[in-house]
Design a protein around this ligand. Sequence first.
Ligand code: SF4
Length: 189
Amino acid sequence: MEEIDYNSDKFINAKAEMDRLVEESLKTRTVKPNVLFGKLSELTKATSSKAIEWSRQNSLWPMQFGLACCAIELMDFGSPRIDAERKGYLLFRGTPRQCDVMIVAGWVTKSVIPEIKRLYEQMAKPRYVVAYGECATCGGPWWESYNIIRGIDQVLPVDVFVAGCPPRPENLFGALMKLQKKLGGEIED
Ligand code: SF4
């Protein structure tokens, strides 16, 4: 075995030396592929992917997030009258990390775009966006305003658009059903 001189220059930078040792050990290491393990892994992936797809489709987690008056309709969507949970649109979550659906409810000012983008980036993947109401879809009554953009699709990829000013909560229910169908491959983008 090679004698190591701990006083040599190469130990001045311990990290570089550690990297060199790891690289050398990887060169000499031979790993035999475990055929049985590979087959088992493929089988698990094939059988569980359908279950994962089904559960993803039937447990959409919307974010607790509203921008303007459409957010009032969004609150109504969470009421017992609509009973959104019967279709798997579960509780609105207070953190983007536990959500996969962003419902953009209200007009989008230019100043708020960085915050919306940040929330979107923090959401779990795969993530979806619903443009809820005229303002989020095309700017609504403010489409000529200097500080409001003409639709959230200028910033984020939108999966479903909901018309109306204000839009009905029932329409949001329909939009989420559409999103579910899209996830299940029943309708095209
Ligand atoms: S679409 Fe109508 S109700 Fe919704 S935020 Fe715009 S102005 Fe308000």
